[in-house]
Design a protein around this ligand. Structure first.
Ligand code: 9MR
Length: 467
């Protein structure tokens, strides 16, 4: 309710300004326009896009195409730009499905996320049977040729998809692509940049919905790429979810954004009884991160979904809007920081660290309630030589309009990077202050920030004061 009220008054103020500057006395009409009525238009108010994965085979279905044309501003071909579709035989390229989707997008004023230049799944049979330097040459030729065909027409490419392993290793997934050498990902990004300098180049993966071993492995790769000038512009978070995302979903997006890359929600679908609520949470998280450029759902109607039987999308099989649709639309209309249009200087990269295996998952949290209006608790993910700390700030009975948290790190521990808070100091007693979008916390509600560091932070304590 609160955000809605804020959004209305902002829209009303804008309308009043417009009316005044044009000398128009009737303000009502433009006030009513404050809330957009489609996903694409609502997202555009803050410079974001709202997209859907589209199958070329469904472009003859009028219900499907009507929703696509009306609601979405970005299209991802669900399968048509993958390796098996675009290079079914070595050196013979086929762009029929991809071009069909691209033309649909261009003719209706939408943009395209290219998906995906290299992925260990949906490799054509001939590539599946290859290894080593021969495969590496074929991979690079594929990236160059496809990215060149679509040069200047693609908003962002998923250059590499799903290269990290699930589970606790934080390392790469084994595949014939990976076995060509650990540098295959950066080689692919360099080849893609050379072929199409205007496309944003993304790394895309799933099970990266919070700070965990897999997302931290990817985070370390992106940080390393930024520090060495490997051309990477964005990270895609697929977000195939069952129920609510983890509590640190937004903080995780933010820590990547703080590396100087855009983040994008690329394949969103959510099952479960709290579907509408979870969709709202994910959308608000993107809206709160200024470098979150947009969201894409993986399909349009429930019947279009790869998760058959789970009904994880925003429209039912008949094309009707679901409660989840309204939840997303409201979250988009509530606003948030605008996506920066010019690249901003990335935060100073720290020395790249080799991804290490987390030893302890999450240690018990330390809570220090403070009478002056808030409390802070730390949740620590410690591994050999490094850690990620997530700090939850909870407002007391009067609510907060600003907060200051002091963490006491044991000696030897040092902060190297942080998200969603400003800090003074990196060792010992470190003071954290809210950033513009998370200072206001209603009574009893919480917000989170986090930091990463080297050394051992076991025993860290946190205290909070209203400011
Ligand atoms: O939705 C896609 C489905 O039609 C294909 O059969 C499948 C093949 O592996 O790929 C699906 O899309 C995947 C996407 O390309 C990458 N992330 C996971 C998606 C769902 O499996």
């Amino acid at each position: 309710m609160k955000t809605k009220a804020r959004s209305f008054s902002r829209a009303a103020a804008a309308s009043a300004f417009l009316a005044t500057s044009l000398g128009v006395s009737l303000v009502l009409a433009s006030s009513a326009a404050g809330a957009a009525s489609t996903l694409g238009a609502a997202a555009a108010q803050t410079g974001r896009y709202f997209g859907a994965a589209v199958a070329a085979g469904k472009l003859g279905d009028s219900t499907y195409v009507n929703i696509l044309n009306r609601e979405f501003s970005m299209i991802t071909p669900e399968n048509e730009m993958k390796w098996d579709a675009t290079e079914p035989n070595r050196g013979q390229f086929n762009y029929s499905g991809g071009d069909r989707i691209l033309n649909q997008a261009v003719s209706t004023g939408k943009r395209v996320r290219g998906h995906a230049l290299l992925w260990y799944q949906q490799e054509p049979g001939w590539a599946q049977r290859m290894e080593g330097s021969d495969l590496r040459a074929a991979m690079m030729n594929h990236v160059t040729t496809v990215a060149t065909h679509y040069k200047g027409k693609i908003y962002a490419w998923d250059v590499v998809n799903e290269a990290f392993a699930d589970g606790g290793s934080g390392g790469r997934r084994d595949s014939n692509l990976q076995r060509t050498g650990n540098d295959w990902i950066e080689a692919a990004f360099r080849a893609a940049r050379a072929a199409d300098p205007d496309a944003k180049l993304c790394y895309n993966d799933y099970n990266t919905d919070g700070v965990n071993a897999k997302s931290t492995g990817i985070y370390n790769m992106v940080r390393d790429f930024k520090s060495r000038g490997v051309p990477i512009d964005c990270v895609g978070f697929q977000s195939h979810l069952s129920g609510n995302p983890p509590g640190d979903y937004q903080a995780n997006l933010q820590r990547f954004a703080d590396l100087g890359v855009e983040v994008q929600i690329t394949e969103l679908d959510i099952s479960g009884s709290n579907q509408a609520g979870a969709y709202g949470t994910v959308t608000r998280a993107c809206m709160a991160v200024s470098r979150c450029a947009g969201l894409t759902t993986w399909g349009i109607r429930d019947t279009d979904s790869w998760r058959s039987g789970e009904n994880p999308l925003l429209f039912d099989g008949n094309g009707n809007k679901k409660a989840a649709y309204t939840s997303v639309l409201d979250a988009l209309n509530a606003g948030g920081p605008t996506v920066p249009t010019t690249p901003t200087t990335p935060t100073t990269p720290t020395t790249p660290t080799t991804p290490t295996t987390p030893t302890t998952p999450t240690t018990p949290t330390t809570t220090t309630p403070v009478p002056s209006g808030c409390s802070a608790s730390v949740s620590l993910n410690q591994w050999n030589g490094g850690f990620v700390a997530n700090v939850k700030v909870t407002a007391g009975s009067t609510g907060l309009t600003g907060w200051r948290v002091t963490t006491n790190l044991p000696s030897g521990a040092a902060v190297t990077n942080s998200w969603s808070a400003g800090n003074s100091g990196t060792t010992g007693s470190v003071t954290w202050t809210n950033v513009s979008y998370n200072g206001t916390v209603a009574a009893g509600q919480s917000t989170e920030f986090g930091f990463q560091g080297t050394g051992t932070a076991e025993g860290v304590t946190a205290s909070c004061a209203a400011s």
